[in-house]
Design a protein around this ligand. Sequence first.
Ligand code: MD6
Ligand code: FE
Length: 217
Amino acid sequence: MTLNLFECPSAVATGQEPLAPGAVLLRCFALADESALLAALGDVTAAAPFRHMATPGGFRMSVAMTNCGQFGWVTDRTGYRYDALDPESGRPWPRMPDSFLRLAGRAATEAGFRQFEPDSCLVNRYEAGTRLSLHQDKNERDFDAPIVSVSLGVPAVFLFGGAARADRPAKVPLAHGDVVVWGGPARLRYHGVMPLKKSHHPLLGNQRINLTFRKAG
Ligand code: MD6
Ligand code: FE
C-alpha cells in the first residue's frame, strides 16, 4: 500500500511502529478501505444499533457498543461474556462484513500473526468525554489469537499499560485509519482510552469508532 503524507501525516517510511513485544501500530493501515468500512459499519449499526451497556457494578458505560460476527461482547449486571445473540433483539448479531474480515486478516498478517480468523467484532463509539478505563481483554477462550483494533474518526489517546493494573501506561495517539495488532506476550496487557477531546472528522463528525476483532469462541 502506498502511504500518502497528506492523508497520513503520522506515517513513517515502514508504517510499522512497535509498541511492545507482541504489539505493533500500523499507521493508516485502514485508510485505503475507509469507504467500504464505513458503508459496512452503517449496515451493522442499522441491524444492531449502538447502546450503552451496564457494567456488572451497575454503571452505564460511556462507550456505546454493538457487535457483528458469530459472537458479540456484552456486559450486564451478571458480568461480561460473549453471546451469539444480541440481548436487545434476541437475534444473532449481524454477520461480519467481508471488508472487516479482509482488513483484520491483512493487518494480522502484516504484524506476523498468520491465519487470523476473527469470529467477533466489537464496535465502540466514543464522543467528547467518553473514556474507557484500564482493563484486560480476557473473556476470550484462548489467548493464542491476536487482537486487531481499528480506529476511525476523531483521534484518541490510547493507554497502553503493563501486566499489572498499577503499571504506568504509555500514551499512544491513534488517528483515523490506524490499526493496532497485539498478541503473544502483549495479549493480557492493561489498556484503556483517555477521555475523548472534542474534535471533528470530515467523515465521522464528532465520533471516534473503534473496531476490535477477536477470536472469542
Ligand atoms: C478502543 N480498545 O480502542 C478500545 N482491546 O476503543 C480496546 O479495548 C482494545 O484497542 C484490546 C486490544 C486492542 C484494543
Ligand atoms: Fe480492550
